[in-house]
Design a protein. Structure first.
Length: 255
């Protein structure tokens, strides 16, 4: 026989529901935290590869008084540059006084760019995920057309897209203060990226290419202030956010 002091009160339905809600919220927070940690780890890996470029360029500058203008010059001046197997190096270009390079992590679809100039004494590193694309490539600026032979023909012109994103800074664009400096294309079909300096080849913003599949095409632009710009089109491409960055959202600066 139970005494009145040992009677046990059952959980109410509201208490059970509240417990389930709290557990669900904690699980969601944990999932978001793990995802963000994973993306951050990928970002660090790409930045680590680009930091090799930065360190080699600083060494090259200290020895010769100017930057290496291409990757061959940089590679010939020291040991081989080691890259992570999951990272696709999109290219490097430069002048005697400044340089830029870009790399993409294939797993997280993350791109990072680095920009260094002789006068600043520091390099600027910026990363953008696919959903942070800030160059909107629409049907008027980029097309991916299937051909009768099963291939896909790419035709893209980014001058207008770049200008549209810089609309609030139109006077800077018109006066030449903000311009594309380095441009790199990754066609996602196994071919080598196409890249170079915009001032040497303005046609880099007007690309034509034939590819075997309709995968995602990624273009990266580093402007002459170190800002990073990214555009995607094709399968899996995501649109641009409503507001442009302030000449690139920086995620790290390397001395």
């Amino acid at each position: 026989m139970l005494s009145h002091g040992t009677a046990r009160k059952a959980f109410t339905l509201i208490e059970i529901l509240l417990t389930v809600v709290v557990i669900g919220a904690l699980s969601a927070l944990a999932t978001v935290g793990v995802r963000e940690f994973r993306v951050r780890a990928l970002e660090v890996a790409v930045q680590s590869d680009l930091n090799q470029i930065q360190k080699r360029q600083q060494l090259y500058l200290s020895r010769k008084g100017y930057y290496a203008q291409n990757l061959n010059e940089l590679a010939n001046a020291g040991p081989a540059i080691m890259t992570d197997p999951g990272i696709r190096f999109m290219g490097m270009g430069g002048t005697s006084t400044r340089y830029a390079a870009a790399a993409r992590h294939l797993v997280g679809d993350l791109v990072c760019g680095i920009y260094g100039s002789k006068g600043s004494g520091a390099s600027r590193m910026t990363c953008l995920r696919s959903n942070q694309s800030n160059l909107s490539i629409s049907s008027s600026t980029g097309t991916l057309t299937p051909g009768e032979d099963g291939t896909f023909s790419i035709e893209s012109s980014l001058e207008q897209a770049f200008y549209d994103r810089m609309l609030d800074k139109g006077t800077l664009w018109a006066s030449g203060q903000i311009r594309p400096f380095f441009v790199a294309w990754d066609f996602g079909d196994g071919t080598e990226p196409v890249y170079g300096l915009y001032e040497d080849n303005p046609e880099l913003l007007r690309v034509q290419h034939t590819m075997a599949n309709s995968g995602q095409v990624t273009v990266v632009v580093v402007d002459n202030h170190g800002g990073l710009w990214r555009g995607n089109f094709g399968e899996g491409a995501q649109g641009a956010p409503p507001t442009p960055p302030d000449s690139g959202d920086t995620t790290g600066t390397t001395n």
